[in-house]
Design a protein around this ligand. Structure first.
Ligand SMILES: Nc1nc2c(ncn2[C@@H]2O[C@H](COP(=O)(O)OP(=O)(O)O)[C@@H](O)[C@H]2O)c(=O)[nH]1
Ligand SMILES: [Mg+2]
Length: 202
């Protein structure tokens, strides 16, 4: 796996700011604090590509990262921030929906779930909603370094059950601390990219 370049492009607050290069997009979505920014940094082997926020849920932006000038990793705003108002939550849905509706180059949705806990109600709702889009969809259980090896299958099974995933939906575990799961996730990303893009990744 070779990352030749990884660059932050923009934190979009509206659709007019979305890039227009037409690259394929890999979307990351998850609860606030699930480890999305850490995963982006870990995937790209960069320490500070995505900001790791100590104050989650502050701004609702869609962040685009250009990888190898071939595709984008797209970081959607986290949902489920405990202190967010009802209005903010509705805003999340509308913003994300607009993005998902407008972009025709979405090739993979990566849904992050904290592998330590059973999926919460909003994880279930978002999962049902994302699956209905019929875009390739993969589950990533984050922070797996916090779980002993022996317990991992149980935790992954609990995620599957909680989200009512069909056996076709792949689920893997990830640790941004150790890099565990990195190669596996890149493989899914590579498989999701159009052939000519995939060739660039060694
Ligand atoms: N142990 C461990 N902690 C993590 C991992 N990923 C993220 N974290 C921690 O979880 C918190 C939230 O991470 P962040 O990436 O900002 O989450 P985001 O809100 O989803 O972008 C931070 O304190 C991170 O250091 C991981 O793989 N293992
Ligand atoms: Mg973040």
């Amino acid at each position: 796996m070779k990352i030749k370049s990884a660059n932050y492009i923009i934190s979009a607050v509206g659709s007019k700011q979305y890039p227009e290069t037409g690259y394929p997009e890999i979307v990351l979505v998850g609860r606030s604090n699930v480890g999305k920014s850490s995963l982006i940094n870990s995937l790209c082997m960069r320490r500070a590509l995505a900001r790791i926020s100590a104050r989650p849920g502050k701004t609702q932006t869609i962040n685009f990262y250009d990888i190898n000038e071939q595709f984008y990793l797209v970081d959607l705003p986290g949902y489920g921030y405990a202190k967010a108002s009802k209005e903010k939550r509705a805003e999340w849905g509308a913003f994300i929906f607009e993005y998902l509706r407008e972009r025709d180059k979405l090739v993979l949705i990566v849904h992050l779930i904290d592998s330590r806990h059973e999926p919460m109600k909003n994880d279930q709702e978002v999962s049902a909603w994302l699956t209905a889009l019929e875009i390739p969809y993969v589950i990533v259980g984050t922070k797996v370094d916090k779980i002993s090896r022996g317990q991992r299958p149980q935790h992954l099974a609990a995620i599957r059950k909680g989200l009512k995933l069909t056996s076709q939906v792949p689920a893997l575990v990830y640790s941004s601390e150790t890099g565990e799961g990195r190669d596996e996730l890149w493989q899914y990303i590579q498989d999701a990219l159009p052939k000519n893009e995939a060739l660039v990744i060694e």
